[in-house]
Design a protein around this ligand. Structure first.
Ligand SMILES: *Cc1c(COP(=O)(O)O)cnc(C)c1O
Length: 452
């Protein structure tokens, strides 16, 4: 396959054309899920001995499969945490795909690793971590949290071994009752306990509540996880007081900022994140609020060496890599082969500059406050809590879960928006998660108008 035959060249053009068409939409149709039975009856067998040929497969994708996926980058996709990659980031994701770069080692991917690391160093500096902090881009926040916690326990284990003290009866880490589900998942994988700490009336984990809940019994506690922007409400824990308590007890301080830590870049919310300088590790997902495509989580350690000790894989066929004294991204998380998934963010930052990022995040936060005010003004709506970042949770008076579900399904059917029901303390509600700079006040008020 060294000469490009006509068919290959045609397929290449068709693929580029499709990518161009998808990117030219402003916005792309919202689209939406269909039933399994529908796809089963519409899509012929595609994975066959002879194959379909690229052209037919692409046609099937464009006509049937792609429209059966919701466009997460639509300005009115407001559920969960959306993703709104910049033009430059999406384009560069194509370049990364076209380049087959092994991003696991310096030997194989030095140029890519260098660029990714510049982004990680910048994020670490924004968080107030000292020079030398660094890490790796992993697939997502779930894997980032797990990798940080594994490094934390490994460090605690090493410290015990060094002092000759016995292992604790049970390893534990503490986080707030509002922390993300991925932390419980990490605890199951690691076979450790989670100490769930009640939040204060602002919904935050604080240093004093952490102290009170543990009642002086820190045995086996190897980490405390604070959330830099909860997924449900966008609440930032009291990072400063939590961080100080962890220092007093010599316990690893991890910050789960998958969604919210991006707001450390915005002038109005920066002060909420001052306590990040105390973190031993933190994560932030570029695919959430740093305008990069799926999937990427920046995992950063104050002392990357502690991550390396916990995660480096040793194998004969890898000796040439592990023996070289170089920065191998694979060594800093639970991963080996990796795509240099930080490059789309790197390229986008290099293209537009950091200031554009600060402004875009600030715009989202301002819109969240504007629409919260609008909701406050409407007698039939009720704000569940004042927004801190860019998540706005509210109820329609008298509505049951069925009312929200019916309304939400129609909104998607009509191609207007994707806003799913949620709940708080057993009561149904709905929420706008705003991370797309193209989302407008008018879009949101129009959606509110449909709640009848
Ligand atoms: C989304 C989220 C996660 C999980 O991140 P994924 O990239 O979906 O794995 C973890 N923590 C918080 C606070 C989140 O918002």
């Amino acid at each position: 396959m060294h000469t490009l035959d006509l068919e290959t060249m045609q397929l290449r053009e068709r693929i580029f054309d499709y990518a161009r068409r998808r990117m030219n939409y402003d916005p792309a149709p919202l689209d939406g899920p269909v039933t399994y039975e529908h796809l089963r009856s519409t899509v012929p067998p595609t994975v066959t001995e002879k194959g379909l040929g690229g052209e037919a497969a692409l046609q099937l994708f464009e006509d049937v499969l792609a429209p059966a996926c919701i466009s997460v980058d639509h300005p009115n996709y407001l559920s969960f945490i959306p993703s709104a990659p910049t033009e430059a980031a999406t384009l560069f994701d194509l370049v990364v795909s076209a380049s087959t770069i092994y991003g696991g080692s310096w030997m194989e991917g030095a140029g890519a690793v260098y660029a990714e690391n510049e982004v990680l160093e910048w994020l670490a500096a924004e968080a107030g971590l000292p020079l030398g902090a660094g890490g790796v881009f992993v697939q997502g926040g779930t894997l980032g949290n797990l990798s940080a916690l594994v490094a934390a326990r490994h460090t605690a284990q090493d410290a015990l071994t060094a002092t000759g003290l016995p292992r604790p009866a049970r390893w534990r880490f503490a986080c707030s009752s509002e922390a993300h589900s991925s932390l419980k998942a990490a605890a199951r994988v690691m076979d450790v306990e989670v100490v769930s700490i009640p939040v204060d009336h602002h919904g935050r984990l604080t240093g004093p509540s952490l102290e009170a809940a543990l009642e002086g019994d820190w045995d086996g506690v190897f980490a405390v996880v604070a959330t830099g922007g909860t997924t449900n409400f966008g609440i930032v824990d009291d990072l400063e007081s939590v961080g100080r308590v962890t220092k007093e007890h010599g316990v690893w301080f991890h910050i789960d900022g998958a969604y919210g830590v991006a707001a450390m870049l915005a002038p109005t919310t920066k002060p909420l994140f001052a306590g990040m300088r105390l973190a031993d590790s933190f994560i932030v997902d570029p695919h959430k609020w740093l305008f990069a495509p799926f999937d990427a989580c920046a995992l950063i350690y104050r002392e990357p060496e502690l991550g390396r000790r916990a995660h480096t894989q040793h194998a004969e066929y890898l000796d040439a890599l592990t023996d070289a004294n170089e920065w191998n991204p694979s060594d800093y998380a639970y991963n080996l082969t990796r795509r240099p998934r930080g490059l789309p963010l790197w390229f986008s930052l290099a293209t537009y500059g950091i200031a554009e990022y600060r402004a875009a995040i600030e715009t989202n936060i301002r819109l969240a406050h504007l629409i919260a005010e609008e909701i406050r003004q409407r007698p039939d709506l009720e704000l569940v809590r004042d927004p801190q970042l860019s998540v706005v949770v509210f109820t329609k008076k008298g509505w049951t879960l069925e009312d929200y579900s019916r309304w939400s399904a129609k909104l998607l059917d009509d191609g207007v928006g994707f806003v799913v029901p949620s709940s708080h303390q057993g009561a149904p509600n709905t929420r706008f998660a705003i991370v797309n700079p193209k989302t407008t006040f008018e879009d949101l008020t129009q959606i509110l108008d449909t709640m009848i």
